[in-house]
Design a protein around this ligand. Structure first.
Ligand SMILES: [Zn+2]
Length: 309
């Protein structure tokens, strides 16, 4: 069997706490957010499950207000889920108003790249915040999908495996840290492919425009990670209070967010260099642009504190 419905799995107690937003009397805007995330994940899971011959797969939204995503294998079913907090919290954090100054990231680059930022900003068919949200969703989906692949190739052959994305104070396990590293790398590569496809669909293409999109795509992954690092992802605002996660190495369920950021950027850069040698990507330029975009965003999100210096 290919796709399995959440209703069937809930009926057989494979999954619990299924959140069905369609049953709720909620306003149109929230409804749209839920259906956008649900459709994105369903579409992605459908195509990747096909491609990698994953059978008996299911996606569902779990009733939980925190921002989280997870991969689960239970009774032979391959399940990817998000919490109902995730679409609301993430779309609120990546709101259009926080990216109004993104074009300023062009300053400091040479003129053709500056112009590429402006062209994208003025392009009516391209929306920065939507692109950043889509890159973030792609990243999270592909990270979870890689866990599904890890489960199916694992020699452990455990029947019940759950990996959640929200940082948790679980016991440290080096193998699980390695799985997280691997999932982040595969996910960053899928974001790279998505950026490349987005550029290919532009009527007017240029190397500078592609570079600009690559920087913004990278910033999307770093911003998503930093929202957890600064402890603001699960806050609804308007005043966010920053609680930076102390640095650690051999602790907890996931590698420290900053270590994950470095891993993601390293792999992303190596993949660009290998797959797009013509671009002559400069690692310093990638780092500078990613950090400037991230800084411009956090200055708007948390104007009371300078979180990235
Ligand atoms: Zn993970």
């Amino acid at each position: 069997m290919g796709f399995v419905s959440k209703e069937l799995l809930a009926k057989h107690n494979v999954i619990e706490d299924v959140f069905d937003y369609k049953d709720l009397d909620i306003d149109e805007k929230i409804l749209k957010i839920y259906s956008y995330f649900e459709n994105s994940f369903l579409e992605l899971y459908g195509s990747y499950a096909d491609l990698f011959k994953i059978k008996d797969y299911c996606f569902y939204i779990k009733d939980n207000n925190k921002c989280n995503a997870f991969a689960l294998t239970r009774k032979g079913y391959n399940i990817i889920g998000i919490t109902n907090g995730y679409p609301i919290l993430l779309s609120q954090k990546l709101d259009e108003k926080y990216f109004r100054s993104i074009v300023l990231a062009g300053i400091g680059n040479d003129e053709p790249l500056q112009k590429a930022y402006i062209d994208l900003y003025e392009d009516r068919e391209f929306v920065f915040d939507k692109f950043i949200l889509d890159c973030s969703i792609k990243f999270t989906f592909n990270h979870e999908f890689q866990h599904i692949m890890q489960f199916s190739s694992s020699k452990l052959k455990r029947n019940d495996f759950l990996l959640q994305e929200n940082w948790a104070e679980d016991n440290f396990d080096i193998k699980l840290h390695a799985w997280e590293f691997d999932a982040d790398r595969m996910a960053s590569y899928e974001v790279l492919k998505y950026v490349f496809r987005t550029h290919a669909n532009f009527k007017v293409k240029s190397d500078e425009k592609l570079k600009c999109l690559l920087y913004v795509g990278c910033a999307s992954m770093i911003i998503t990670n930093c929202l957890f690092y600064f402890g603001v992802m699960n806050q609804l605002g308007p005043q966010l209070s920053v609680r930076k996660l102390e640095f650690y190495e051999k602790k907890f369920s996931h590698p420290h967010p900053l270590v994950r950021c470095i891993n993601i950027m390293e792999y992303y850069f190596d993949s660009i260099t290998t797959d797009l040698p013509r671009l002559k990507m400069d690692s310093q330029e990638l780092l500078n642009n990613t950090l400037v975009i991230t800084k411009l965003y956090f200055n708007m999100l948390i104007p009371t504190q300078n979180v990235i210096t």
